[in-house]
Ligand binder design. Structure first.
Ligand SMILES: CC(C)(COP(=O)(O)OP(=O)(O)OC[C@H]1O[C@@H](n2cnc3c(N)ncnc32)[C@H](O)[C@@H]1OP(=O)(O)O)[C@@H](O)C(=O)NCCC(=O)NCCS
Length: 195
């Protein structure tokens, strides 16, 4: 079951922080190396203007969670972070959380979900190379070298829309992905109004 997480239930916030630490423990460096850092992230994710949703099993155990916030005046929502406990990965929970987040954004009137997938360990062909000056040439030939969330997001229907070279230091880019949720072209709106 997927439902909203809330600061009113401190045990859920603590479980969310623990998942963040565990899910990113194999990253070097981990963005959330300890519970204190992860708890700050959870607190931010539970701000009133954010969406924050958790996946619970039948015993009401939190197995994963996703959050995001509006940008571009609410037209676009940035998904950050997404984490599934390592013991529960590979069971469709990540995909379900992304689908749920997308539905929630749709309900809030957003049209696009945007996110960044860092490559700090040369897990893709965009890592450990100088992307300038022909950045789009590199994006056109983007491939994964090792397991990287890029493959996961592509399977969830996202498209690569750009890259921030050196976002995490030289040769450590942030790969930008986006997914259109709903949008009517102005021409289609005109046709609908006049049909
Ligand atoms: C990425 C993550 C959220 C995916 O969650 P999950 O529950 O394991 O994913 P799912 O079981 O829903 O997988 C859906 C599909 O994506 C694939 N997939 C999932 N994670 C993948 C990865 N890291 N690399 C390549 N493919 C992946 C699965 O094999 C599955 O493919 P299939 O439909 O062909 O069987 C989870 O692995 C995780 O929390 N990772 C650590 C934190 C992280 O990287 N967060 C994203 C930061 S941008």
């Amino acid at each position: 079951m997927i439902r909203a997480l809330s600061l009113d239930t401190p045990q859920e916030a603590a479980a969310a922080a623990a998942i963040l630490v565990a899910a990113f423990a194999d990253r070097s460096p981990s963005p959330w190396p300890d519970l204190a850092a992860a708890s700050r992230e959870v607190h931010d994710a539970l701000a009133p203007d954010h969406l924050c949703r958790g996946y619970f099993d039948s015993a009401e155990q939190l197995l994963g969670w996703v959050a995001g916030f509006p940008v571009y005046g609410g037209q676009v929502w940035e998904l950050h972070p997404l984490a599934v406990h390592p013991h529960a990965q590979g069971r469709g929970i990540g995909r379900a959380l992304v689908a749920d987040f997308t539905q929630q954004v749709c309900r809030h009137g957003g049209t696009t979900v945007l996110l960044g997938a860092d490559d700090e360990n040369s897990s893709t062909s965009l890592g450990n190379v100088d992307l300038y000056p022909n950045v789009w040439e590199h994006i056109a030939h983007l491939q994964t070298r090792q397991r990287h969330p890029l493959s996961f997001y592509l399977k969830c229907g996202f498209a690569v829309v750009g890259v921030v070279p050196d976002a995490n230091g030289w040769g450590k880019p942030d790969i930008l992905l986006a997914k259109r949720i709903q949008m009517t072209r102005p021409a289609d709106e005109f046709a609908e109004r006049n049909s």
